[in-house]
Design a protein around this ligand. Structure first.
Ligand code: COA
Length: 176
């Protein structure tokens, strides 16, 4: 898809790991063919998170048609292992500040590098698209996401109370 931010579909490949036999991890731009698998992934991820507000789960589990409209103005990347979709993230550019949205990794594929590979590919893509900053606002309860952002060098800039369906969100930013 050609946008004002370019049509770069370069594939990002994480190095194969010798101690993780699950197969090579690849991160690439999503296509419309990925939509059913992406919707299934979001359903699995958000319905497996205990205690999330019902309205939030409803909003974050899109139908294929809803996801198609999410793709307008947002570039999504998918992480695959052995051809199987294991994670997704969106990058939403606005005035040079690129926001990371809808980051999710299959619960059965966590701690194998998919989340890190998705964020690394997103940051690289933002850099190539002349972004000046990348930021995100995960729910404060998502400790794994906070640890991941910190590991990748994001700075925690604050906390917004009851910002998303009554949930606190943390602000993370990475100046490029
Ligand atoms: C956050 C999330 C995307 C991480 O995905 P992942 O594929 O497991 O992440 P990685 O394997 O790349 O982890 C990279 C690093 O992040 C940190 N990290 C990830 N999960 C962690 C956890 N549960 N506890 C502590 N640190 C964690 C670690 O430093 C990890 O490196 P290590 O495994 O070498 O210690 C995943 O846990 C997820 O989908 N969570 C639910 C959805 C969510 O929080 N979305 C984000 C906000 S909307």
């Amino acid at each position: 898809m050609a946008t004002e931010h370019g049509s770069d579909r370069r594939v990002e490949r994480a190095p194969a790991s010798t101690d993780k036999p699950a197969g090579e991890l690849a991160v690439e731009r999503v296509t419309h063919q990925d939509i059913p698998a992406i919707c299934s992934l979001y359903k699995k991820v958000w319905e497996s998170e205990n205690g999330l507000p019902a309205e939030l789960v409803k909003t974050w589990v899109p139908t294929p048609l809803e996801f198609t409209s999410w793709m307008e103005g947002v570039t999504y990347f998918a992480a695959r292992r052995a051809g199987h979709l294991v994670g997704v993230v969106g990058v939403e550019p606005r005035h040079g500040a690129f926001r990371l949205v809808h980051l999710a990794v299959d619960p059965e594929s966590r701690r194998l590098g998919a989340g890190g590979a998705l964020l690394t590919a997103s940051v690289e893509w933002a850099r190539r698209s002349n972004a000046v900053t990348v930021w995100s606002d995960p729910l404060a309860r998502f400790e794994a996401a906070a640890a991941l952002f910190r590991k990748l060098g994001f700075r925690e800039g604050g906390l917004l109370h009851k910002h998303d369906w009554g949930e606190d969100v943390r602000l993370f930013e990475l100046l490029l």
